[in-house]
Design a protein around this ligand. Structure first.
Ligand SMILES: Nc1ncnc2c1ncn2[C@@H]1O[C@H](COP(=O)(O)OP(=O)(O)O)[C@@H](O)[C@H]1O
Ligand SMILES: [Mg+2]
Length: 306
């Protein structure tokens, strides 16, 4: 089921007499249960795009549909949307987690009773019950972030927008938030996530969209993107160092030997290498894997501007 569709969004800002085209052409679709990592260097237009999707700033051109409703025309669209924007602004710092959940639940159309009930469920699930009566200001950054995500979920939205959800969190809190995001997607929600922690994107996302200078330059399923950028070399690991006779045969066809490790430069040579190695047991075989950090840096360093 298609939860979010954004088509050809554009936005320019006027600033000190200049016009800055922050978003030139962004189209995104997210289905139920999918996490889309929206990546790009600083100033690329991620937050502006998210704010247009959230109905907070009006696009100059293009449109947004959340569950078939346009958030700029139909306020009911906002019932399907939860957002955690940069810097946790969806929380009242002087209220407790419990009060925030109730307040925002009611604001988004729940009865007070239902808001309280949903709030309780989320506090339990996010392991915040013992902090429910502590003002948000006093909580750790990681807990504040969990409260912010809980608040964004209180009205049970289909779409969750998370702008830098792990920014400023320590390793443990980051793991915590990652687990929550994965669980939230498994429930069938669609998640749009920006992050500078590319390992977070790699582990969580089904899709990657990369934006640069306001244009989407890449939009691929995450495993596909990693596959495309992965090398063609294979590493084979034996459980003993290779004997000199086999080693020289493998070197003769271009393989590289390093003790128990055999590196084969391309898949086409694998079968010949297997023949030479037979019947020695293989402990491991792996293809050279690219990771999202390398891919991102390569793409962003190459100039994609028209
Ligand atoms: N309110 C604003 N007024 C003027 N320029 C803005 C405003 N908000 C963002 N910009 C500019 O628009 C561009 C995109 O910003 P933003 O969407 O925040 O990018 P990102 O989230 O990818 O870092 C940047 O050049 C930024 O300086
Ligand atoms: Mg931003």
């Amino acid at each position: 089921m298609k939860i979010l569709e954004a088509q050809q969004l554009q936005k320019s800002y006027r600033y000190q007499g200049n016009v800055l085209q922050a978003v030139r052409n962004v189209s995104l679709t997210i289905h139920a249960g999918e996490v889309l990592a929206f990546l790009g260097p600083n100033g690329a237009g991620k937050t502006t795009t998210i704010k247009m999707i959230a109905g907070l700033i009006l696009p100059d051109a293009g449109w947004v549909k959340i569950m078939d409703r346009d958030p700029h025309r139909d306020p009911k669209a906002l019932r399907s949307l939860g957002a955690v924007l940069e810097g946790n602004r969806n929380l009242y710092w002087r209220l407790t987690p419990e009060e925030n959940l109730e307040y925002f639940g009611v604001l988004r159309g729940l009865s007070r009773r239902l808001a309280h009930q949903r709030g309780r469920q989320l506090l339990e699930r996010f392991e915040l019950m013992d902090k429910r009566k502590t003002v948000v200001q006093m909580l750790s950054r990681g807990m504040q972030q969990k409260v912010a995500i809980a608040v964004a979920l209180v009205h049970d939205p289909h779409l969750l927008l998370l702008d830098e959800p792990t920014l400023g969190l320590d390793v443990e809190a980051t793991e915590n938030v990652k687990t929550l995001i994965r669980e939230i997607a498994v429930e069938g929600r669609a998640i749009l996530l920006t992050t500078h922690q590319l390992n977070v994107a790699e582990e969580l996302s089904d899709w990657v969209a990369i934006i640069q200078k306001g244009d989407i330059v890449v939009k691929e399923p995450t495993p596909e993107l990693i596959r495309q950028f992965s090398g063609s070399a294979y590493t084979l690991e034996l459980d003993v160092a290779l004997d000199p006779e086999r080693a020289s045969k493998i070197e003769a066809i271009g393989g590289v030997i390093d003790g128990q490790i055999v590196i084969v430069k391309e898949a086409g040579l694998l079968y010949r290498v297997f023949q030479i190695l037979e019947p020695l047991p293989l402990v491991r075989m792996a293809r050279d894997q690219a990771n999202l950090t390398e891919i991102f840096l390569n793409l962003v360093r190459a100039d994609h501007a028209p």
